[in-house]
Design a protein around this ligand. Structure first.
Ligand code: ASP
Length: 295
């Protein structure tokens, strides 16, 4: 029996500007709290870590404040392309999707693949059409686009390449199982077709028997750093989540990137770390939750 824990993030990067404006800070905290409540309720009732991370991430996807699902960052073409992944640390079952343009909950699409068990990663229009034929909920592409993302794309076109990004969750359930999930619109102004670290199992998302990890930040640097799998191996080898996260973020900075990560170990210890000025994040344990934005 383990004491269940849920850690989430709502992206590292431009949140420092957001909290200067209290009108935006409040919805970020509210969204994080709602996600912790959804996932925490499942864990408190004896539910699985896998269901809890999916529930928490799907709340953040539906919230236009966060860069995932509705409210996702826009490509240079002006539309949203979503990436997501989910993995069960108990047995390594995993599902991931990339470049979805018409799917309401990308993490639900990833979960569908995990449950089906044939492929791990499905991408592009044909993959998306198959998911919709098999019950994954479709949405109009315009539903994913919100005014704030349009304004960010305008700023990006004017040369301001600040990042606001990605949501994720890691959980430990009563049975001692770990799971992780990540969902993102990616980087504002990204080339259509670009895929980041979030849906790559072992880069932006990972869980095994030792640790569960979800990342946010400059995806190219997290991929090159082999972030999530290497961080779990470090924890499995005896490093604390804090030390493993710090090492990983140092490797990311060696590839010219910044970002953040949430790391939860099988013994219930955790770290929420960022090398950006801020990261929206929160923890639920023993029935109570806490959220933060500033570093
Ligand atoms: N890691 C995400 C990506 O590169 C973006 C972010 O977290 O800001 O797609």
């Amino acid at each position: 029996m383990s004491e269940p824990v849920l850690c989430i993030h709502g992206g590292a990067g431009r949140w420092s500007d957001e909290i200067a404006d209290s009108a935006l800070g409040a919805p970020v905290h509210a969204g994080l709290a709602a996600a912790l409540a959804a996932g925490g309720a499942l864990l408190a009732a004896g539910g699985s870590a896998l269901d809890a991370v999916q529930a928490a991430v799907s709340v953040l996807e539906a919230d236009p404040v966060f860069n995932a699902g509705r409210g996702g960052a826009l490509t240079s073409g002006g539309w949203v392309e979503c990436d997501a992944a989910i993995i069960d640390g108990r047995d390594g079952r995993a599902g991931a999707v990339a470049g979805l343009r018409r799917t309401r909950s990308p993490v639900a699409a990833a979960r569908h693949l995990l449950d089906e068990g044939r492929h791990v990663l499905l991408a592009g229009a044909e993959g998306e059409a198959w998911l919709h034929q098999h019950g994954v909920e479709v949405c109009p592409p315009e539903w994913l686009v919100v005014e704030r993302s349009r304004a960010e794309l305008e700023r990006w076109r004017a040369g301001d390449h600040g990042r606001r990004g990605t949501v994720g969750a890691v959980a430990l359930d009563r049975a001692g199982r770990l799971a992780a999930a990540t969902s993102t619109g990616g980087l504002t102004g990204k080339r259509p077709g670009r895929v980041g670290d979030s849906p790559l199992i072992g880069a932006g998302t990972w869980a095994d028997g030792a640790a569960a990890i979800s990342c946010t930040g400059l995806g190219e640097a997290f991929i090159r750093a082999g972030f999530a799998l290497r961080t779990a191996l470090a924890v499995g080898g005896g490093a604390t989540p804090a030390a493993a996260a710090a090492d990983g973020l140092a490797r990311v900075s060696g590839f010219g990137g910044t970002g953040g990560t949430i790391v939860l170990a099988a013994d219930g210890t955790w770290e929420l770390a960022t090398s950006d000025p801020a990261m929206a994040r929160g923890v639920w344990s023993r029935g109570s939750s806490q959220t933060w934005i500033a570093r």
